[in-house]
Write a protein that binds this ligand. Structure first.
Ligand SMILES: [Fe+2]
Length: 282
């Protein structure tokens, strides 16, 4: 595993989703920040809705960052018949996935799918006195949606994970929840908007400070019109092409009531200080 340099921030992001333009923009940010590749973590779903599956996967692979296997990697590696997102049979998300998933499968090479099949389901690393664990959905299921409002479920999950800071993906909306002494960070995704009425994606930075780690959520503005245009040309997922521009998801099937009622409400960039864990006295 590539070493993490404690002298640099850590950049965490999820869901490139075949969105080449967003992924290129994110890589530029990492470059501008001077981050070593060991300090960048992708929480999975490299390939999904957008127009450039193979190109996006190649960019991520050649970049050489840490990548966790999402449900999309798992399904594509197995050439499975569906995305494995956990959508209910017949739901709108399920029907929409019948448009984009076959396109994603048809437009990824054997080499890319072999790479996907070798990605780890999670990684644990030590960073500035903190134990971090990155995963996609939850410990038992890659495709479990866990949103900020699901506090009881998040607390149960956090209990199962031996880490101070949990870096999760899959759900598509960024949040930072404090759960006792632990922090649950979902960095959001870069390849689709966060259903907040803006076209931006999201990523997170973890920056060491004297008394802990500052966790910040950031917008990713990128050439979303080019990404949407490429999707319209391929024609495989027009509803999601609209989402790329409007910032509103085509379906709210997977959203709890709180997140559903926040549809179209612009998210704020947040900052939380995770305090250094107290030393264990023996
Ligand atoms: Fe996922």
């Amino acid at each position: 595993m590539r070493p993490v340099d404690p002298n640099h921030p850590l950049l965490v992001f999820g869901g490139p989703y075949s969105n080449l333009q967003a992924t290129m923009a994110l890589r530029e940010i990492a470059k501008t920040l001077g981050l070593p590749t060991g300090n960048v973590i992708c929480t999975g779903d490299v390939v999904a809705y957008a127009a450039s599956p193979e190109e996006t996967a190649n960019l991520i692979r050649e970049w050489g960052i840490h990548v966790i296997a999402g449900n999309c990697e798992e399904q594509l590696a197995a050439a499975a018949p569906d995305c494995g997102c956990g959508f209910e049979e017949g739901s709108e998300c399920d029907l929409l996935s019948r448009g984009w998933y076959p396109f994603a499968l048809a437009n990824t090479s054997d080499e890319t799918r072999t790479w996907m099949g070798r990605l780890p389901p999670g990684i644990t690393l030590d960073y500035n006195g903190f134990r971090l664990h990155a995963l996609h959905g939850c410990t038992a299921r890659k495709n479990r949606f866990l949103f900020a409002s699901q506090k009881t479920d998040l607390a149960k999950e956090a209990d199962r994970i031996d880490a101070d800071i949990i870096l999760a993906g899959h759900c598509g909306i960024p949040f930072i929840n404090r759960i006792g002494q632990k922090t649950w960070l979902n960095a959001g995704v870069i390849g689709m908007p966060a259903n907040d009425g803006t076209p931006d994606g999201w990523y997170a930075l973890l920056t060491p400070e004297a008394d802990g780690i500052r966790i910040t959520l950031h917008r990713l503005a990128y050439d979303h019109l080019a990404a949407a245009g490429a999707m319209r040309r391929s024609g495989h997922a027009n509803s999601y092409a609209r989402t790329i521009v409007t910032g509103i998801w085509p379906s709210y099937d997977v959203l709890p009531e709180v997140e559903k009622s926040d549809t179209g409400v612009s998210l704020r960039q947040k900052a939380v200080l995770a305090k250094r864990p107290a030393p264990v006295l023996v």
